[in-house]
Design a protein around this ligand. Structure first.
Ligand code: ADP
Ligand code: ASP
Ligand code: MG
Length: 436
């Protein structure tokens, strides 16, 4: 069985949806994971923001405009009056539901229910389209099997069990469609796997059914060696190891959700990145194999905050680091980079929800400084310990850029450098021309 995930652009119009049909209507069993049509989740977030502010007029205007867009999609997608009517009814019922939230108390629970509508709509429309084309398929409701636990982590056991049950209801079927992104949490409420989470759904589904391969279909011909949104002339990489791909995804390569490599890696399932706009392009194949040593790619993660704790008295005393890390653990805030000197330790975080509390507690142990608007530049490859010269090449490329922190040797796949975000473009461009 294969898992094929199509992102927002790949289902972004009636025309694109019709192309997806061609890519999935091939021999062999598969589960097709769809994102919301591109732009929809952003609009739903905006609608929720109006509802939080009790601006019903603003919300209604946006809801109606999005609803109209969907009637246009229905008109272009379906060719028979029967399916045009079915499509219109579907749109009407989802938007009636969204509008119902303008009357009540609005909290994070309602917001999550609204955000789920994008994937519910795209999958239902695609399912109708297939049935209009007489292509048998089954719609698997992600809310019946995709689960996160109390800590917001996927509950793999229950995902596996629930998904198997869902599939067992349709033993003769070979084409399944399901929603990316959405799930239920430990309390049974509608939740999601965070923005860009459909990649994560695909990987979790792939791992749950031990798929032959997980394919992530998007709008670019694979993982590029640098951020194509920032640097010109980037190139696709044919092969990456799970570890290399995971580092790139975690450190900002938007083509993959930060956590999406892990479930595939655990079950050793190849992940293939493919371009719906250019299906013949090879794309990128991610497997357990490393493919040659050396620097392969660069990614950048913005919105980083650095925290420096200075404490001449305490730092070298044993147990100091544990106390520092316990504070981050208490506030469920993960650390990306760490550097130490004799008198200070610096760490970076990307989630600043509890920054104030963390800083308050750290002050027990020393003077604390924070620094915002930083970017981690992550250079990924296979850096074998005995090889020489990588650091020199990297720092030569960055010789004109003030560097805030450096992390080298944490793993053999990653060199991380912290700079002020205003230097990001210059740093990525200079690294691109020096390294590749
Ligand atoms: P989808 O909607 O299909 O999930 P995304 O927008 O989430 O697509 O991810 C694809 C985009 O990721 C590309 O259009 C590209 O701009 C961006 N991107 C950022 N870094 C990279 C990279 N290293 N390689 C490829 N794409 C990247
Ligand atoms: N629709 C969701 C988002 O825009 C999930 C995804 O596209 O992967 O974040
Ligand atoms: Mg994405």
């Amino acid at each position: 069985m294969l898992v094929l995930k199509f992102g927002g652009t790949s289902v972004g119009s009636a025309e694109r949806i019709k192309e997806v049909e061609k890519l999935v209507n091939t021999p062999g069993s598969k589960i097709v994971v769809l994102s919301a049509m591109s732009g929809t989740t952003n609009k739903l977030v905006e609608i929720a923001n109006y509802l939080y502010k009790k601006n019903n007029e603003g919300a209604n205007e946006l809801i109606s405009s999005l609803e109209q867009d969907y009637y246009e999609v229905v008109k272009e997608l379906f060719s028979t009056p029967e399916y045009i009517e079915k499509g219109n009814e579907l749109i009407q019922s989802h938007f009636k539901y969204i509008k119902s939230f303008t009357q009540d108390l609005f909290t994070i629970f309602e917001e999550k229910a609204i955000l789920a509508q994008g994937e519910l709509l795209s999958t239902a429309l695609f399912h109708y389209y297939l049935s209009e084309q007489n292509i048998p398929s089954v719609l698997l409701p992600a809310l019946n099997y995709m689960r996160i636990d109390k800590d917001g982590e996927p509950d793999l056991l229950s995902i596996k069990e629930n998904l198997k049950k869902e599939l067992a209801n349709h033993p003769k079927q070979t084409l399944f469609i399901t929603q990316g992104f959405i799930c239920r949490n430990a309390y049974g409420e509608i939740d999601n796997l965070k923005r860009g989470g459909s990649d994560y759904t695909a990987s979790l589904v792939g791992a749950a059914i031990l798929a032959q391969e997980i394919q992530i279909w998007t709008d670019i011909d694979g993982m590029h060696n640098n951020d194509p949104r920032v640097v010109e002339g980037t190139k696709p990489l044919a092969n990456l190891s799970f570890d290399e791909a995971a580092e790139l995804a975690y450190f900002g390569a938007k083509i993959l959700h930060p956590a999406s490599v892990q479930p595939a890696k655990v079950e050793n399932i190849p992940v293939r990145l493919k371009n719906t706009l250019q299906p013949e392009a090879f794309g990128t194949l991610i497997t357990s194999q490393t493919n040659g040593e050396g620097i392969k790619a660069i990614a950048a993660k913005d919105d980083i905050t650095a925290i420096k704790i200075k404490s001449g008295r305490m730092l070298l005393a044993h147990g100091f680091m544990r106390k520092v890390f316990e504070i981050f653990e208490t506030y469920k805030t993960s650390i990306d980079m760490i550097t130490t000197s004799e008198v200070a330790v610096s760490v970076t975080i990307d989630d600043t929800k509890y920054l104030k509390d963390i800083v308050d507690e750290l002050k027990k142990y020393g003077t604390v400084e924070t620094d915002e608007d930083l970017t981690i530049i992550c250079i990924v490859g296979d850096f074998i310990a005995e090889s020489k010269g990588y650091a020199l090449t990297i720092f030569d490329a960055l010789k004109n850029i003030p560097i805030r922190m450096i992390s080298y040797g944490g793993s053999r796949h990653n060199v991380s450098i912290l700079v002020n975000t205003k230097y990001k473009k210059e740093a990525l461009t200079s690294l691109n021309s020096t390294l590749f």
